[in-house]
Write a protein that binds this ligand. Sequence first.
Ligand SMILES: [Zn+2]
Length: 104
Amino acid sequence: MSNLYKCNACGTIYYAAYPDGMAFFHVCTLVENPNYQPDPGKPNYDGRELVEREGHRDENLPADLQCVDGVFGRYSRDVNDPAIVNFTKAVSLCKAEGKGRTAL
Ligand SMILES: [Zn+2]
């Protein structure tokens, strides 16, 4: 399986790991908001506003994700009995899957 991917949102081509094996986590760059109407009278006037693009991908690990016996997931209180703590396996390890990626 290839280590090379293309982000389906921004088109960036990247390796999922550096040559030394360290993981790389792609995050789409921000884009200028086409609907932004700047107000030059406001403090810190910039004239532009950066926002996440449609289908924004962020491969960083969510802060609330935990690894238990090699399985990534989240702890949560049971809705019917708060004394019970459940562990739910994570569907994704990304903060945001966005439009996904394609292996090259
Ligand atoms: Zn991207």
